[in-house]
Design a protein around this ligand. Structure first.
Ligand code: PXP
Length: 249
């Protein structure tokens, strides 16, 4: 594996969504994480939401025990989540906005307006050795603010690009893609490591994977859905293959 190879982080939240629909222990997101790892995931992402609608505290405990690849712990910037992250000290934490009523993480974090609070919030996480990533829109103001508060990584929100693609709005999709391209390069020029994710599918992954500044893609919902039809291992392997193709590794 070359050092420059684009990393695939597999988000296993929605295995827990299916499990929780029946309230038992099946299907187990940790088993899915181990399969994804064997299929070529360079990391596993899990979002412990305030309402615990999918991933639970016990899942995080078990993932920390079981994984051989790094855990990217997604969380809102709350005191409770900071305490949990500091207890586990995962490889990376990704700070995301969270609204109780939303179905998924709908927008990027508003860093510019909360610069002071977030700078203080992430400092202990960085001191504990976690790589701090901030999930933001492809917006220069937010990227500059993420850089100023001391984040090492930003994750660009690809949701709008993917939504426009699904709706057949090619012009809007291409405009979003161009913003993602420009902002990846801009963030990289500031010294930030650039990740991207949200809503990516086999149809939308390649143009984003082709940006040379992007180091990691985090993909969940589509892969877990695709696993229903073809199994998780082939679903992850196919995504990995498409990412490699886009990079011509
Ligand atoms: N990256 C971040 C920061 C996210 O919040 C999510 C959704 O939890 C993802 C990536 C993965 O998005 P999706 O499940 O749509 O692939």
């Amino acid at each position: 594996m070359t050092q420059n190879k684009l990393r695939l982080g597999v988000n296993i939240d929605h295995v827990a969504t299916v499990r929780n629909a029946r309230g038992g222990a099946y299907p187990d997101p940790v088993r899915a994480a181990k399969l994804a790892e064997e299929a070529g995931a360079a990391g596993i992402t899990a979002h412990l939401r305030e309402d615990r609608r999918h991933i639970t505290d016990a899942d995080i405990d078990r993932l920390m025990e079981a994984l051989n690849v790094p855990l990217n712990f997604e969380m809102a910037a709350t005191e409770e989540m900071q305490r949990i992250a500091l207890r586990h000290k995962p490889h990376a934490v990704c700070i995301v906005p969270e609204k109780r009523e939303e179905r998924t993480t709908e927008g990027g974090l508003e860093v510019a307006r909360e610069e002071n609070r977030l700078a203080h919030y992430i400092a202990p996480l960085r001191d504990a050795g976690c790589r701090v990533s901030i999930f933001i829109a492809a917006d220069k103001k937010q990227i500059e603010a993420a850089h100023r508060i001391g984040a090492e990584v930003i994750e660009l929100h690809t949701g709008a690009y993917c939504d426009y693609h699904a709706e057949g709005k090619a012009k809007d999709r291409d405009r979003e893609l161009e913003a993602l391209r420009e902002m990846s390069a801009f963030a990289h020029s500031l010294g930030l490591e650039v990740h991207a994710g949200h809503g990516l599918t086999y149809e939308t992954v390649k143009p984003v994977a082709a940006f040379p500044e992007v180091k990691e893609l985090n993909i969940g919902h589509f892969l877990i859905g695709e696993a229903v039809f073809r199994g998780l291992t082939p679903a992850v392997q196919e995504m990995r293959r498409m990412m490699d193709e886009a990079r011509e590794v």
